[in-house]
Design a protein around this ligand. Sequence first.
Ligand code: AMP
Length: 188
Amino acid sequence: MSSRIILIGPPGAGKGTQAARLSEALGVPAISTGDIFRANVKGETELGKLAKRYMDAGEYVPDEVTNSMVADRLAQDDAAEGFLLDGYPRTSAQVDELDRILAAEDKAIEHVVELTADTDEVVARLLARAQTEGRSDDSEDVIRHRLDVYEEQTQPLTDIYRSRGLLRQVDGLGEVEDITERILSTIR
Ligand code: AMP
């Protein structure tokens, strides 16, 4: 079974956790642009140096940079039969690029799963993650800014996918296992 799925939702909604579990359940790779950027920051690559400035400020990395990175990743063999995108697309220019990449291969997104969670809950989760993971973009100011950027630039994308009939909203609050089941039952 092929699955081409986008996971969308505010920072702290649990996209990364669910992406890993869904990847296992569906047998397709979870592709997280945030993870790819963090690996590049850690490896001190040119891409990492460029991305770090934006990430630390809670801003989006420029579209051209992000788009070409995703185009390369989706061209790899393991993504041929499906993938789960975690954290991409986040802007309308990224939606356009993804459309272009898929159309060129006669492929299409099947589901866009929006994980919903209220702001107080996601701020609390991100502050807790700051304690355990020490991510440099998890300070309270940067967290609030990331949520604003999400609301302005990414939340509107749900309307695009709703109008295409692809949007499935799933409550991101509750037990991790239950949320995975909710997602699997909406996409099956
Ligand atoms: P995440 O782990 O998904 O929260 O991403 C961490 C950071 O990486 C974001 O705050 C952005 O700075 C950057 N990033 C991740 N994905 C994207 C994207 N699709 N477009 C632009 N920047 C991104």
